[in-house]
Design a protein around this ligand. Structure first.
Ligand SMILES: *Cc1c(COP(=O)(O)O)cnc(C)c1O
Length: 382
């Protein structure tokens, strides 16, 4: 049997079914029930968020953030091009224009030193994406956002339980979005949350989340009926999603530790590969505690990357690459703009590979991946 190492295996705690059963036996299956409350309290307590609202996806949470930031036609939103499409789509849906800025060559995060130059009188918000759970320079970005009166938003999809300067990611900017998609560290199949860290957004966030009504206030006994107050949509997940998520949140520290063990094994094993000039490993600044969301290697160029990927997959190692930069994609060109060249973004997206990584990945599987990377990289032109 040829060996096959998948890119990801969804991590299960073993208690998901029991909680699903509990949710089904309660008379509350729609959103905003007991499990939703539990998950939201956990997020507020663990991260120190002012308010947490579960959503059906991080995409949905970003869409809520775009409404809260009052992004509209003519507005510009500064963001990296090296990110997932939802970062930009959420604002394009409001009629705003993504303005793509290059990433730092070390962390592959939005380069805070380039943000000022991208700001115009039309700029409304800045979106910081914490790539691989390694935090952006939030101190610098917060200072820029405050001095220019812009809304700072964290796309913390990959960053649950990671920190920068001791602060939990997702709890720094006024608004943040996290993901519980199957490919993230803590999962609910599809799922996410909006974290509101600035009191001035809390009330409107609850209304947008409740399809534009003040139902949250009604449920707290603050009004005697609920009515249409504002725009909103169906952003809540059902209680089934929240029930599945609950044990995942309870075990999230263990899950993160397990991923970190794999990450650290890769990192030690590829030191020699880096010394030989074949690939560069991830760079994590001292101020960051990452969450081992992903492990990547950067090869010399697109040709060697594509060669390594093909050979690894032929050897049963399901390595993958991402992202096609937004500024080079069809929709990115149509809806957004890049005021300057983005040389680091272009180079990173041409040369990066991601290796299989999941919580509980066996030492034998990790070793096989390491062996294959060395075997394959030795054959490739660099
Ligand atoms: C996964 C991801 C998203 C989207 O998350 P969903 O929960 O799948 O909607 C958005 N931004 C980034 C950076 C992501 O990695």
């Amino acid at each position: 049997m040829p060996r096959f190492i998948p890119f990801n295996r969804p991590h299960l705690t073993g208690r998901e079914f029991a909680h699903l059963q509990e949710a089904v036996s309660q008379d509350h299956l729609a959103g905003n029930g007991p499990f939703t409350g539990r998950c939201q309290r956990w997020l507020m307590e663990q991260l120190g968020a002012r308010r947490a609202l579960l959503t059906h996806s991080c995409t949905g949470a970003l869409e809520m953030a775009a409404i809260l930031a009052e992004a509209g036609p003519g507005d510009e939103i500064v963001m990296p091009s090296f990110t997932f499409v939802s970062t930009a789509n959420a604002f394009v849906l409001r009629g705003a224009t993504p303005v793509f800025v290059d990433v730092r060559p070390d962390t592959l995060n939005l380069d805070e030193r380039l943000v000022e130059a991208a700001i115009t009188p039309k700029t409304r918000a800045i979106v910081a994406v914490h790539y691989g759970g390694v935090g952006c320079d939030m101190a610098a970005l917060t200072a820029i956002a405050r001095s220019r009166n812009l809304v700072l938003i964290e796309d913390a999809a990959q960053a649950l339980l990671a920190r920068r300067d001791g602060q939990p990611l997702g709890a720094v900017a006024p608004l943040a979005a996290v993901s519980f998609h199957e490919t993230k560290n803590v999962i609910a199949g599809e799922g996410g949350a909006l974290l509101v860290n600035d009191e001035r957004f809390v009330r409107r966030a609850e209304i947008i989340w409740e399809k534009g009504t003040d139902r949250s206030r009604f449920l707290r006994g603050q009004v005697d009926k609920y009515t249409w107050q504002d725009v909103g949509s169906s952003f809540q997940p059902s209680e089934l999603t929240a029930a599945f998520l609950w044990p995942q949140l309870e075990d999230s520290a263990m899950t993160t530790a397990s991923r970190l063990a794999v990450w650290n094994t890769y990192h030690a094993a590829f030191e020699e590969l880096e010394r030989n000039g074949v690939a560069r490993r991830p760079i994590v600044p001292d101020s960051c505690e990452h969450n081992a969301h992903l492990y990547y290697l950067m090869l010399a160029n697109a040709a060697s990357r594509n060669d390594v990927l093909a050979r690894l997959n032929a050897a049963g190692v399901n390595a993958i690459f991402h992202y096609v930069p937004l500024h080079r994609s069809a929709a990115g060109r149509r809806f957004g703009r890049a005021p300057r060249d983005l040389p680091h973004t272009d180079r990173v997206s041409d040369s990066l590979i991601r290796l299989p990584l999941w919580a509980g990945m066996s030492a034998a599987d990790v070793e096989y991946v390491v062996e294959q990377v060395y075997a394959v990289a030795g054959q490739c032109a660099v």
